[in-house]
Design a protein around this ligand. Structure first.
Ligand code: NCD
Length: 297
């Protein structure tokens, strides 16, 4: 159960009913922002680069009437002096009512959650998961199609290191969909994630999208490659261009967690199927719903 005494480490922590109730809340906040988090303090600890996730969480908290304290990067923190991650968390929990954490280490969120007595919300832990991104992805899909069941969803690009893909594939276990994973063989979805997928899926190198309802494009995670050479070998392999649009269904939607580098041409932005900026906007309302749930039960 999501709430004051719980954490959001993995998308597996959220049940189907909880997703539905978060979406109802997000929808209500979209229409009218209640100041339900007055006098509460959120700490956003981002030990890795971020624009959208940190700012949308901070915007969400402020829209709910709350306060935010923030760390962005390790520069200027006691981590530079050699403080352990555990000590940082132990200290920060005294200053706030909830922690939103992004960290380059897989399982950092689980570790923080095991230490802190305030809720810990995972905003991306290494190559592992990014559950709040999944919630806004699902919210965007549901808003567009009314129902997620029955859809065919393609995920393209870096399926190995892309934590958004890992969480989304598992989040879709709450629905009845079929998935197509499109990537270079070296960037396939890791086996430990595949083992937990309940829906039908296929893996391919071919960019076949004509039968897909949702096209989820991702950035090749350059910073996660152990060797630059391996990155050079796969960069730029998949692109959505104006040309690609001709093969897509009229009522399909293109999503991307952003930032995009070169995998979606700017010329695509004006097409009615391009939903990635709307998706980023939805992030604020979904994160308001998440914060309200963790801070108020
Ligand atoms: C993603 C992330 O950090 O995993 N960005 C985001 O939060 N929207 C995707 C990415 O960096 O490519």
């Amino acid at each position: 159960m999501l709430g004051r005494n719980s954490d959001l480490v993995s998308i597996k922590d959220v049940g189907t009913d909880e997703i539905e109730s978060l979406f109802r809340k997000a929808q209500a906040f979209e229409e009218n922002a209640e100041k339900s988090c007055r006098e509460r303090i959120l700490a956003t600890l981002f030990f890795e680069a971020s624009t959208r996730t940190r700012l949308s969480f901070e915007s969400a908290m402020k829209r709910l009437g709350g306060e935010v304290i923030s760390v962005s990067g390790i520069e200027g923190t006691s981590v530079m002096k050699g403080e352990t991650f555990e000590d940082t968390i132990r200290m920060v929990e005294n200053y706030c009512d909830a922690i939103v954490l992004r960290h380059p280490m897989n399982e950092a969120a689980a570790l923080a959650a095991s230490i802190a007595n305030v809720p810990v919300i995972n905003a991306g832990d290494g190559t592992n998961e990014h559950p709040t991104q999944t919630l806004l992805d699902l919210y965007t899909i549901q808003k567009e199609f009314r129902s997620i069941d029955g859809l065919k969803i393609a995920m393209i690009g870096d399926l190995k290191y892309g934590r958004t893909v890992h969480s989304l594939s598992l989040g879709l276990n709450n629905y009845d969909v079929s998935m197509r994973f499109i990537s270079h063989p070296s960037l396939r979805v890791p086996d430990e994630i595949k083992r937990e997928i309940k829906n039908k899926f296929e893996e391919t190198e071919k960019m076949k999208l004509s039968d897909c309802d949702v096209i989820y494009m991702t950035r090749i995670q350059k910073e996660r490659f152990p060797e630059q050479r391996a990155f050079e070998a796969v960069k730029g392999l998949y692109k959505i261009s104006k040309e690609t649009l001709r093969s897509l269904k009229e009522d399909s939607i293109i999503l991307h967690p952003l930032p995009r580098v070169e995998e979606i041409e700017q010329g695509v932005d004006a097409d009615k199927r391009a939903h990635y900026f709307q998706q980023a906007r939805n992030g604020v309302f979904v994160r308001m719903a998440i914060l309200d749930t963790f801070l108020n039960g």
